[in-house]
Write a protein that binds this ligand. Structure first.
Ligand code: COA
Length: 171
């Protein structure tokens, strides 16, 4: 188990047994588009999307300094896997990108916010100077989390995409 303790969640490394549980949770209780890239057409889960999800977490096991430049964790709440969160290097030194998904039945209980707060603490402990996130203007829950945690939120030109940035106060 690694590092980050949240208020109601723990972030855990995605070893093989955890990956099996994470994939089950995702397939049963999250939309494929919320969890994977659009590797197959249509929003449904497919073997290719499941393979993509497994490969993502396996390829990130060496963390930010590994070949993927990315680290992922499963979100554990009351011994259940309820989602995943990640940190990835960006082209801007010191700035990491984050992303998160939470199972449908676990949403609206503060777990996404707690997991995001936990991953920010992890980013600080890893020496990051800030974290960015991309979402959409209609993602009320994600925007609520980002604003409450102090991110500056800027709309893209088309009004649909939103970029959020938090620079850590190290003073
Ligand atoms: C975004 C997501 C991670 C939020 O997880 P969550 O556990 O529901 O988040 P929380 O319970 O901490 O709620 C976050 C905020 O959104 C609000 N909220 C939660 N569900 C909501 C809903 N369905 N409609 C409106 N607001 C909602 C909460 O009241 C809270 O607001 P607050 O911070 O002002 O109190 C989750 O909805 C999800 O996995 N969505 C699909 C993937 C995704 O969009 N990821 C984010 C991409 S950046």
């Amino acid at each position: 188990m690694s590092a980050a303790e949240g208020f109601a969640v723990t972030l855990v490394d995605v070893d093989e047994p955890t990956l099996d549980r994470l994939v089950d949770a995702a397939i049963i209780d999250a939309a494929a588009d919320e969890v994977t890239a659009s590797v197959t057409t249509g929003p449904e889960w497919s073997p290719a999307r499941i393979a993509w999800l497994r490969e993502l977490h396996r390829s990130c096991r060496q963390g930010l300094n590994g070949p993927a430049g990315q680290a992922t964790w499963a979100i554990l709440a009351e011994d259940q896997i309820v989602g995943a969160v990640r940190l990835k290097r960006t082209v801007v030194p010191g700035i990491l990108e984050t992303g998160i998904w939470v199972t449908r039945r676990a949403r609206g209980q503060g777990l996404g916010g707690a997991a995001t707060a936990a991953v920010l603490r992890t980013a600080v402990s890893l020496g990051a100077q800030g974290v960015r996130a991309d979402t959409t203007a209609d993602n009320t829950a994600a925007l609520g989390i980002l604003r409450r945690l102090g991110f500056a939120v800027v709309s893209g030109k088309d009004g649909a995409d939103v970029e959020a940035l938090l620079i850590f106060d190290t003073s």
